[in-house]
Design a protein around this ligand. Sequence first.
Ligand code: AP5
Length: 190
Amino acid sequence: MAGKKIIITGVPGVGKTTVITQAMESLSEAGVPYQNINFGSFMFEVACAEGLAQDRDQMRRLDRTIQKRLQKLAAEKIAAIDGNVIIDTHASVKTPAGYLAGLPEWVLTALMPDTIVLVETDDDQILLRRLSDTSRVRDMEGAASIREHQQMNRSFAAAYAMLTGCTVAFVTNADHLLEHGVKALVTILK
Ligand code: AP5
């Protein structure tokens, strides 16, 4: 059964997983089921099995040739999944060698998304969320650097739309306004 493929992106710590989880609950109650696929988990499964990374935060520091191979394997597996699918991933990944496209041509053409969603909020809110999250090895960078990454993600998303004809949508996940972000995402997914 063919379904919708919606790619959801956002810089680490913006809260995309939080927004997706709540939106899926609301959609399930409304009878619009989605599967939530975490692209990084598919990559990490292979990276872990091959002894390349001990945790998901180490993957963005791997050689970019290795990251590209992991991306390709993840895309091929995810493309085979039927039904309505949310793919939780990154428009771009900040590596020591610069921004790596999260959805290069060989990933995009395997997935052919209907929509790419960018989850965003103010740079200083993201910075504080990263500082408070002790469960992950977050990259520590200033607000200006986070702003640059969010701007880069918009540029990457525009290029992805040109390649696939998908739409690009924005969801703001501001402090104390999570329900607004969830509502906006539910509207896009319905
Ligand atoms: P991934 O698993 O996506 O990790 P991530 O980017 O760090 O994302 P998280 O899910 O941890 O953070 P989040 O933004 O969803 O925030 P959360 O909801 O937890 O990717 C892991 C790795 O896989 C990447 O680093 C990369 O190496 C690799 N990868 C993935 N896709 C790839 C691709 N396409 N190509 C190459 N590599 C790829 O929330 C964060 C905190 O904020 C929480 O404490 C939460 O409680 C809080 N919070 C959330 N919303 C709010 C709010 N509204 N108000 C206040 N607090 C809030």
